[in-house]
Design a binder for this molecule. Structure first.
Ligand SMILES: Cc1cc2nc3c(=O)[nH]c(=O)nc-3n(C[C@H](O)[C@H](O)[C@H](O)COP(=O)(O)OP(=O)(O)OC[C@H]3O[C@@H](n4cnc5c(N)ncnc54)[C@H](O)[C@@H]3O)c2cc1C
Length: 468
């Protein structure tokens, strides 16, 4: 049974870490009550900024002894409320654990603390000719610990995979205050259960990650960007298969539908693609300079064969940036359509992307709502945004109906309800559509093994037991 935070508990926290790194001030409690979802605020009782693994362990131990909820937080950009403290308690703000500890060129790895910002690591390794591929659109803000906890993806996941492919080892603090290390610095490791993989994507419900060993790659020497526009989404989706059929594995293969394009054009006040464009593909190919022309020309052929109206190739960084602009501006652009955005990141097997877009079309027709959809067509992961006016109860009802229908039909297509953003608390009502009661019970037993007193990030991932 959870216990409330008392004055004595806050005093004990102050003794464990420096007093100025513990606050119950209203401004901080508000800041740490939301994440990137920015929808529902839940204030913690206290925010603590630990400075190193020993302090993290001491705070965890204290919370465990006093049955006080403890919520780890990275940069707070999560889209499903994972870092939102649903039951008050302590937010463990990891901002001070932000050092790149090592970049090891000969072993192609980096060792980082969890709150190194993704983009900062990318720049640091690129300066020495190395490459860290996972590139969530939030890379300028989100932290690597949060990326690991959510198994973040991004456009480059098509060729390079998601965060999990790059995590070799972890140091983590259990809710009891014990410190464990999993994996290590080697690419191969089959000693015992793979706890590293279990912690990747665990959304701060099993342990607090305090150090990460990340695998790196040599930096690709050249890149080319192509943009192809289509008069139908199905032609664009067909082009995705055609590109792969021609033996090219692009670094990114992103699709933007007309609803999304319209929003970006209205937001920026300029035309970004020819009139009549129903969908566009943004395709990056990378590798040795000698292979780039061959790859780009195969992509060009494939798109034209699938019916592309226009195919452009960027020859310099400035044009490349201009082609990508539409994709980068989508997040703020969508906010101008309607204040409520039910933002989903469903995934279907890549061959079924055309059926997913048929489904979105059908849901649009039936609900009368705008549903701009875009994303990682190459790996079947599409961001489906159901837009509504929260002041209009009927629109909100229809938006929730769309959500239910979307998830049920995505699962029927052999897909999953989230490819990147995780469950947090916002998707809990839908977990039972995807996982069987036996699977959920097994996951609960894993949670129990890591967190016997249920203090770590309660109310996330699956519904709490009625006893709580
Ligand atoms: C504009 C925008 C674009 C985005 N684009 C993408 C995208 O392309 N791909 C994608 O995958 N996501 C995307 N996201 C979602 C979000 O950025 C990712 O989920 C990211 O990985 C969260 O990192 P964070 O540091 O902000 O984590 P937080 O939001 O702080 O936390 C997320 C979860 O991780 C847990 N956590 C954080 N740090 C730790 C730790 N050290 N130990 C244990 N648990 C921890 C928290 O408890 C919480 O459950 C986007 C978000 C925004 C706002």
């Amino acid at each position: 049974m959870r216990q409330p935070v008392t004055e004595a508990f806050v005093e004990a926290l102050r003794r464990l870490v420096a007093p100025d790194r513990v606050t119950t001030g209203a401004e901080a409690l508000d800041t740490y009550s939301v994440d990137g979802l920015a929808r529902e605020g839940h204030r913690p009782d206290v925010v603590v900024w630990p400075d190193g693994v020993d302090e993290v362990a001491a705070v965890a131990r204290l919370c465990d002894q006093h049955l006080v909820p403890l919520v780890p937080r990275g940069a707070g950009t999560g889209y499903t409320g994972g870092a939102v403290p649903l039951f008050g308690g302590v937010v463990l703000a990891l901002e001070r654990l932000n050092r790149i500890l090592e970049i090891d060129r000969s072993n192609l790895l980096a060792v980082v603390e969890p709150n190194v910002i993704n983009g900062d690591l990318q720049q640091a390794v690129e300066r020495v000719g190395l490459f860290y591929p996972p590139d969530p659109a939030s890379l300028a803000k989100s932290a690597l610990g949060g990326n690991v906890a959510e198994n973040a993806g991004g456009p480059r996941a098509f060729k390079y995979g998601t965060t999990k492919r790059y995590v070799l080892g972890l140091e983590a603090v259990l809710p009891t205050g014990d410190v464990i290390t999993t994996g290590g610095r080697t690419v191969k490791n089959v000693v015992g259960y793979d706890l590293t993989s279990l912690l990747v994507g665990s959304e701060g419900t099993l342990a607090i990650i305090t150090k990460i060993v990340l695998r790196l790659l040599p930096k690709p020497l050249a890149t080319a960007t192509l943009r192809a526009t289509f008069a139908s989404v199905s032609a664009a989706a067909e082009a995705v298969s055609a590109v792969i059929d021609r033996g090219v594995e692009p670094a990114t293969l992103e699709l933007v539908d007309r609803d999304s394009l319209d929003a970006a054009q209205a937001y920026l006040g300029e035309r970004l693609a020819p009139a009549g464009t129903e969908a566009l593909l943004l395709i990056d190919v990378d590798g040795f300079a000698s292979s780039i022309d061959e790859q780009a020309s195969r992509v060009d052929d494939a798109c034209r064969a699938a019916g592309a109206v226009e195919v452009l190739r960027a020859l310099d960084a400035e044009t490349r940036e201009a082609l990508w602009r539409v994709r980068r501006e989508l997040s703020p652009a969508l906010r101008t359509i309607a204040p409520l955005k039910l933002n989903h990141d469903v995934v279907v097997p890549k061959g079924r992307v055309p059926e997913l877009f048929d489904l979105i079309h059908d849901l649009r027709q039936r609900s009368g709502l705008r549903i701009p959809s875009f994303g990682h067509a190459g790996d079947g992961n599409i961001h489906v945004n159901v837009m509504a006016d929260p002041a209009d109860a009927d629109q909100v009802r229809r938006a929730h109906e769309v959500e239910q229908a979307l998830f049920r039909r995505v699962i029927a297509l052999g897909g999953v309800i989230s490819g990147e953003h995780g469950i947090g608390f916002t998707k809990i009502p839908f977990v039972g559509l995807q996982l069987s009661p036996i699977e959920i019970a097994l996951m609960r037993r894993i949670k129990q093994a890591f967190d016997p007193r249920g203090i770590l990030n309660p109310g996330k991932m699956f519904p709490e037991r009625p006893a709580h």
